[in-house]
Design a protein around this ligand. Structure first.
Ligand code: FAD
Length: 218
């Protein structure tokens, strides 16, 4: 993610995480701040050189296994008041509820912060850091899209192979709508611009340049 860890944070956390020895989780969502994440209410109140964290996070994947949590907090009001801190899971004032599972099998647990002390060196982004932090999710969003496409494709191909010629001879006669749909659809893949040419048109829009209408020469 596109955060700005200090050299000290990299040394203390990143090494362990990248080597697979440690687990981190992201505590962003709250019961009243899901899609509207900027409504989050977990506060970071100045206390000496550091901060005291108070609030509750839900849906945090793998929170019960994490050594450290990246917690979205509010240093002040509004979107501009949001930043983030690293909280050790076993720090005083951190409590967790009963683990639960998402449909995909991954586990999550509700986490409570009750006056949890965070030293200044565990602040990742201070107030004003929200936009930068949320942009880190673009990586996850692209990954989720690619994974969904791949899984969907696999499910579709498996189903398709299982069901060939599922209608037998009947599917090849004019007695069913299926053969009609197949014939008509095949034509619409060419009429009005073949799918290859239409893909070129989309690419022209994306890349802002023109592609030849002629097929490449052998
Ligand atoms: C598998 C999984 C893993 C997760 N892991 C984490 C994690 O590690 N850390 C973490 O912090 N959170 C995690 N989450 C929580 C996730 O970020 C939230 O579930 C998500 O942001 C949606 O919030 P919500 O569930 O409160 O739904 P809500 O915000 O209550 O939305 C409910 C429905 O309303 C729709 N909706 C809401 N607002 C609008 C709108 N303005 N226009 C149109 N539709 C709208 C939404 O699309 C949704 O379908 C995870 C969730 C899942 C499913």
């Amino acid at each position: 993610m596109n955060f700005e860890p200090t050299e000290d944070q990299k040394e203390r956390y990143l090494k362990r995480l990248l080597s697979g020895e440690g687990v981190i989780c992201v505590g962003m969502t709250e019961s009243e701040a899901g899609s509207a994440v900027t409504d989050l209410q977990t506060t970071a109140t100045p206390d000496g050189a550091g901060y005291r964290i108070n609030g509750t996070k839900v849906f945090t994947t793998h929170a019960q296994y994490a050594d450290v949590m990246l917690v979205y907090v509010r240093f002040g009001p509004g979107v501009g008041g949001i930043g983030s801190v690293l909280v050790e899971r076993n720090a005083p004032g951190v409590k967790q509820g009963r683990p639960s599972r998402f449909l995909n099998g991954e586990e999550w647990v509700q986490t409570y912060f009750d006056n949890t002390c965070v030293p200044p060196e565990n602040v990742v982004l201070k107030e004003g850091g929200f936009k930068k932090q949320i942009a880190g999710f673009n990586v996850e969003r692209i990954g989720n899209t690619a994974r969904s496409l791949a899984f969907g494709r696999h499910a579709y191909e498996t189903a398709r192979q299982w069901a060939m010629q599922v209608m037998g001879g009947m599917g090849y006669t004019e007695e069913t709508l299926v053969e009609y749909c197949s014939r008509k659809t095949r034509g619409w893949m060419i009429a009005g611009g073949s799918i290859e040419i239409l893909k070129n048109r989309i690419a022209e829009g994306v890349f802002g340049r023109q592609f030849s209408q002629r097929p490449p020469k052998a």
